[in-house]
Design a protein around this ligand. Sequence first.
Ligand code: PLP
Length: 376
Amino acid sequence: MKEISATVAMHSLVQEKKARGETIYHFAAGDPLLDTPSTIIQAVSEAIQHQPILYPPVAGIPDLRASAAAWVNHKYGCQYALEHTLITPGGKFALFAALQHLLQEGDEVLFVSPYWVSYPQIVRLFKAHPVVMLTKAENQWKLTPDLLQKHLTARSKILILNNAGNPTGTLYQKKELIALMEVATRAGLFVISDEVYSELVYDQHCFYSCGALAEQVLVIQSCSKNFAMTGWRVGFAFGPEPLIQAMTALQGHATSGPSIVSQWAALAALSKHDEITDFVRSSMQKRRRFFMDTFNTLFASHLPYPPSTLYAFIPLSIFNTSLNSTEFCNQLLTQHNIACVPGIAFGQEGYIRMAFCEQEERIQEGLLALHKATSC
Ligand code: PLP
């Protein structure tokens, strides 16, 4: 391995510039910038004082596993028990461990483009082949049963479905998911449903979990986005018991699981899940509205509000540039201190991804700087 993740590379350059005292207009990282709620801080402070800080059980502390399963069962109609649940160091490691266990050399893993940057890299790491299914903006960047069917071969092993989707904000309706699960089941595919943005779903839109719709599914969840807890590094995997056992064994050798301190924080977060996820959602919904309204006014555009996640996926045509997405983003960062991620990092040239995670004043300053930088 391979290539450094584009979002991580961008983040590192931003940190270097910040360390030199430069002001950065930050639209790159999907880090919902909110303070950790006081309930979590209090619970962790008390636990640190009164409990020993030792190795956690490899699969995660049982109370947390039970609470995590209860959370997705209650929210999304799943039926997971403790033995279907693994606590991981972020959703990313859940995906990594699952693919490491499931993949053999030459297997094909299907997912759409635009995709989350880590999918092709992790798949290649295990000598399997990414099969990228190109989707279109006019179809809300959605995978359809026909498109999936067209890409099936004798080597097709896994479908990774990212709902709600990074970088496009694509959100699937229940009937669309059922139709996709039918094709996947008929083809004998195992489905990894990456649902780490499930609570960042706005307006009248609803989220449906594949974990409630098919058997051969692993659901990837996380505290990072839904609970605005990226730095705590707690993720969850929910799925068939044999797979969870295999991933647990792997985690035992690879990481021993997330820090017990972070697991206490996650337990406190889950004990107030509705309160916290409502707060994160409403904060991000406000920032999304502010970002999109300001952007559309400045650039005289009519981009729709993304129905979910933390990102706007913006066509370069709006900026009237002849640069490709990498050149455009490099120029913005090096010359104007504006950090965005090139669409090509997600497999889609001609676009950039802008995160609306900052506070409104910072969004305003950043968009004004972007407008100035692109109008000369
Ligand atoms: N899946 C998607 C689609 C993501 O965008 C991310 C993070 O950006 C992750 C998984 C991993 O999140 P974490 O490891 O912070 O839980």
